[in-house]
Design a protein around this ligand. Structure first.
Ligand code: PLP
Ligand code: ZN
Length: 413
């Protein structure tokens, strides 16, 4: 065997994804947070990529047995660019730093960082003979999984809230897969998906700690090494559930293991977990609120379990509407351990940042990416970026499915 899974709750070993899927994507202890472990020492590829598929390039680092099962549209090996306009802004405030942008909008599947997860998920599902899959999603994940399951010949249903963007609905329909739009919000869509899964015995995505999502997204850390020659000292992202920061930390641990064996080309002493600066927009900021309370109280015992779900959120950014931050108890301790923090940006200011990006880069990213972008300015203004930092902005989407946001940016002077 190439790998196995280990339950992060009770430590029990699960043979492979075949066993994991057969036992309902959970450990016998009832928890669904398991991590992939490899049976042989991991090694980074030494030659440059020969194909645009990250699964092909990093095959030795993935829980797939056969390359024949790879489902790819050309995702994951997207550019990490240095953005001088952001470096110039920091310099204008007295901070000399490098700023890199991980261009997930350039993923060829559906133009978001969900493509990376959906590609590996489709491959592993194909490898284990899965014929049908379903998922509740507010946007990018719905489209990405539709795209890759269609390519793998797996029937798929997306359950979406009533507020879903028409562009997203059209994108899912174009794949030929099914979409069910709920009368209610995301909570109602999740319930409908859960019922469909139970009644029809159809596999369902288990969300933020799904080992398939973590395992694929962790390769962002390896891509930093390949493209930047180092890890960043600061990792920034707009956060909803928090899968990507958890995944980056798993990638970091894998790199540490390789470095300690002398295999990553990195000095283990030089490998540091970047400070995680996670951003939410003020119209849906439950993690920022919980973090502010914990900070004010001096992080008392059990602080990470103190969070509240928000009601009546008014945000227009469909993908960043996780009003009940169920993953906070996992994500917040990671942020603290990394020396990072949570940052809030004003949603009303995002079109202004969009205009600025158009002017300085000739490019407009989607609203969820703009939350991260605006977060960089906020972080600089608040002294969170230091001289000598190298900052990675993990921007997750382009603007193709957000006509409403483009219109707001157009109106901006
Ligand atoms: C573009 C974009 N940015 C940020 C997020 C939040 O990601 P995470 O689940 O890692 O918090 C998502 C997904 O929900 C997304 O699609
Ligand atoms: Zn267990």
């Amino acid at each position: 065997m190439k790998y196995h899974l280990r339950c992060r709750h009770c430590g029990c070993e699960i043979a492979d994804f075949g066993a994991w899927l057969a036992q309902g994507q959970q450990c016998r202890c009832g928890k669904n947070y398991a991590e992939v472990e490899y049976d042989e020492p991991l090694r980074l590829p030494s030659a440059p990529p020969a194909t645009p598929s990250y699964q092909d390039y990093y095959f030795g680092l993935l829980p797939l047995q056969s390359r024949d099962n790879i489902v790819s549209c050309g995702e994951g090996l997207i550019p990490i660019e240095r953005w001088s306009n952001l470096e110039a802004y920091a310099a204008s405030k007295g901070v000399e730093c490098e700023v890199y942008v991980y261009r997930n909008d350039l993923n060829a599947g559906s133009g978001s960082f969900k493509d990376i997860s959906a590609a590996l998920a489709a491959s592993v599902l194909k490898e284990h003979g899965v014929k049908e899959y379903c998922l509740a999603s507010t946007g990018n994940a719905g489209v990405a999984f539709a795209t890759y399951t269609a390519k793998a010949g797996i029937a798929y249903t997306a359950f979406a809230p009533n507020c879903i963007d028409p562009d997203t609905v059209a994108a899912i329909r174009r794949t030929g897969q099914r979409i069910v739009i709920s009368q209610g919000g995301y909570g109602a869509a999740k319930e409908e998906a859960a019922n469909y899964h139970k009644d029809n015995k159809v596999l369902i995505s288990i969300g933020n700690t799904d080992p398939l999502r973590i395992e694929s997204k962790r390769l962002a850390a390896m891509e930093c090494l390949r493209q930047m020659g180092k890890l960043p000292t600061v990792y920034m992202q707009a956060v909803a559930g928090g899968t990507s920061p958890l995944a980056f930390e798993k990638g970091f641990r894998d790199l540490q293991q390789m470095a300690s064996r002398g295999d990553s080309g990195m000095d283990p002493a030089a490998l540091r977990l970047p400070r995680m600066i996670l951003v939410q927009q003020d119209e849906c900021d439950p993690m920022v609120r919980a973090w502010e309370k914990a900070t004010a109280a001096g992080f008392p015992e059990g602080w990470e379990r103190q969070y509240e779900a928000l009601h009546d959120i008014k945000t227009r950014i469909g993908i960043l509407t996780a009003a009940n931050p169920g993953n906070y108890p996992l994500v917040a301790p990671l942020v603290r351990r990394s020396g990072g923090t949570f940052v809030r940006v004003a949603e009303a200011a995002l079109p202004r940042y969009g205009k600025e990006m158009l002017r300085s880069r000739g490019l407009l990213l989607g609203p969820a990416s703009m939350v991260c972008y605006a977060g960089f300015f906020e972080a600089v203004d608040n002294g969170l970026i230091h001289n000598g930092d190298s900052v990675l902005l993990n921007t997750g989407e382009g603007c193709d499915r957000a006509a409403w946001f483009k219109a707001l940016v157009d109106e901006e002077k």
